[in-house]
Design a binder for this molecule. Sequence first.
Ligand SMILES: Cc1ncc(COP(=O)(O)O)c(C=O)c1O
Length: 309
Amino acid sequence: MNPYNIDDPVLSLIGQTSLVEHPKNLLGDLHLKLEKENPTGSMKDRIGLGMILEMRESGEISDGDLVIEASSGNTAGAVALAANRLGHDSIITTPEKTSPQKMGFVKAFGSELVTCPDVNSDHKDHYRAKAQQIADKRGGIFLNQYHNQLNPKVHEKWTGPELWNQTNKLTHIVCPMGTGGTLSGIGKYIKNQDPSVNIIGVDAKKSNISTSFYDKEPVKYDTKIEGLGKGGETPTMWFDYIDEIISVKDEEAIQWAKKAAREDGLLIGTSAGAAFKIAYNIANENENASVVSIVCDGGEQYFDTLNYM
Ligand SMILES: Cc1ncc(COP(=O)(O)O)c(C=O)c1O
């Protein structure tokens, strides 16, 4: 099922994540895809590895090249791990507000961490601008998950078929969106198998993925939910394969992540909580629904929010 020929025992741990049935007796079916099972705890392990392998294959990255990525979250650790195992030095740029847990992966795997001020994306010191400047100066390769088409393509090649093979009946997929790579890649693969499956993206309330999708006036981007939402559309959002984008308030995302832990013993992250709310309601209102909700990462990364807010 893994599209890449990996002979490394550590990198072989990526993918083939569980699809667990929701334990309550709902009207329809609900399953959760536990991407938290990946080695650094999120689905970003797939693109960390996949982008580097594809770019090595195409000659854009050569043996020993310096690899650079900009990330405020899970991609940081994912790239640090893949680079470590594939023999590349790596540098990760992050905004200052990135959680210590996520920066921890970067340091642990021996990647260089460059923290940047929390400034607007058009500022020269923004963490994405910084990544490009470092790449130019030190002759490294900037992966750039926000623009790199390999981000959704890796999910199209890998997560989509894996999920399709794990399901007998599928009516809806619900997935949080940031770069949009996960949902876009899964969505394209699934639509090609069965165009009737509803591909549903989840955005933060004060975010501009949904305003862009529905051609509405942008709002001021502001969310506490890590990984969820974006200031505007990016080229990694393949809207052609997405049917609907639903916005969820920060408090609801947290409340539903808490509910999954307390009521169902499922420790899911807060962006996954937002998707869980939408997926649960669809499954509970339609007896013919067979819904898959993507759990991008686990609640163990957010105990400060889940237990104290
Ligand atoms: C916890 C979490 N949820 C959702 C997302 C969004 O995933 P994507 O960027 O593939 O849309 C991310 C991305 O970093 C994330 O870290």
